[in-house]
Design a protein around this ligand. Structure first.
Ligand code: RAM
Length: 360
């Protein structure tokens, strides 16, 4: 048995008293106790690449937002992998991509429920740290996927692609479409989102290159991964900047809403739009000439890799240190990079030529 009776006692205590108090009272002893029970490699804090993958674990997925189709696809990928591995899956999460406080409550609930691991897409880099550290001190493996927290607040981050690549290529895609000239804007998700903010920093850096000297970033708007807000923000950008030539929306909700607005307006085909979208959402806007090209990774594969990473951590195959390797089932071998980052791979650029080859 992986969990000690002492740990169960602590969880019971956590259920009747404040979680913070219970965790403080039980934290260290419980963790060591469980680690010693779990095997020598784990007790010594070392990965054992030959450790057998455990079955019967429970992994809780906590996306930024449960009613976002991108996360539905990602988390289903996690669920499928866990089923194949003989472990259990649950998903909890808020319905708004700006509800940071309820994300904290969900982390605490998963900790109280003694899941073996959690996979979290963080709405804010710092806000979840205390709760995630409490989870880790209760011997729960914490994987972030899609949107990271700080490296010391989780065991590993499963990244969709290199953040630098994503930021730079989105600028390159738009620049080609507008002939390297004119005013551009960004329509992002929530103002706190770690993933979008990281990509935007690389976009700004890319724009420093002299080849973009005739392009000007005039505004970064936030649609909060809400369809209506993103639609209104797009409308607002075009009212405010009548000479706007292009928009980058690095969010599946934002790009879809922006495409919807442009497609029904006089700007269709004139104001260019690129960013990160799903082929299923964007197909009709590519076919009707609103959008030329955009990119994304396969969200289901991201969820699958998050699940397989969580199980490898919970089984002691990896600890999240740079240089460790593990086999993620049919996805092949992955090596953990700097700061515990595991990268899914390169994104795909979709356009009229290839969009019908993808169904997610
Ligand atoms: C939205 C979310 C998610 C992001 C994708 C591209 O669904 O903001 O975090 O990775 O877009």
């Amino acid at each position: 048995m992986r969990k000690s009776s002492l740990r169960r006692g602590c969880a019971a205590l956590a259920a009747v008293t404040s979680l913070a108090l219970a965790v403080t009272a039980c934290g260290g002893t419980t963790k060591e106790d469980v680690k010693n029970e779990g095997g020598q490699a784990a007790a010594a804090g070392k990965a054992d690449p030959n450790a057998e993958l455990k079955k019967g674990l429970t992994v809780g997925f906590l996306p930024k937002q449960v009613n976002n189709p991108y996360f539905t696809t990602a988390d289903k990928g996690g669920e499928k992998a866990l089923k194949e591995l003989g472990s259990g899956y649950k998903e909890v999460g808020p319905s708004s991509a700006t509800d940071t406080s309820s994300q904290v409550s969900y982390v605490n609930t998963l900790t109280q429920q003694q899941v073996d691991a959690m996979a979290v897409s963080a709405q804010d880099p710092g806000a979840l740290c205390t709760a995630l550290k409490q989870a880790m001190s209760n011997d729960i493996e914490v994987v972030t996927y899609d949107s990271d927290t700080k490296p010391d607040c989780r065991n590993a981050f499963v990244s969709q692609a290199s953040a630098e690549d994503l930021g730079r290529t989105e600028v390159q895609l738009l620049a080609e479409q507008i002939g390297y000239k004119g005013e551009i804007a960004i329509l992002s998700a929530a103002q706190t989102a770690t993933n979008q903010n990281t990509w935007i920093e690389f976009m700004k850096d890319e724009l420093e290159d002299p080849k973009y000297k005739d392009m000007k970033l005039v505004e970064i708007a936030y649609g909060n991964d809400d369809a209506q807000q993103s639609f209104q923000q797009t409308q607002g950008l075009l009212q405010e900047y009548p000479n706007l030539k292009g928009i980058i929306s690095p969010t599946t909700v934002g790009i879809k809403a922006a495409a919807q607005y442009l497609s029904g307006s006089k700007y269709k085909g004139k104001v260019k739009l690129t960013g990160l979208g799903t082929p299923n959402d964007m197909r009709k806007y590519v076919k009707n000439g609103t959008v030329e090209a955009f990119e994304l990774w396969d969200p289901a594969k991201l969820g699958e890799l998050a699940a397989r990473t969580a199980v490898a951590l919970a089984s002691g195959q990896i600890t999240g240190k740079e240089g460790e390797t593990f086999t993620a089932g049919p996805m092949g071998e992955f090596t953990i990079g700097e700061d515990g980052v595991i990268s899914l791979g390169k994104p795909t650029v979709f356009d009229a030529e290839n969009i019908d080859d993808f169904a997610f």
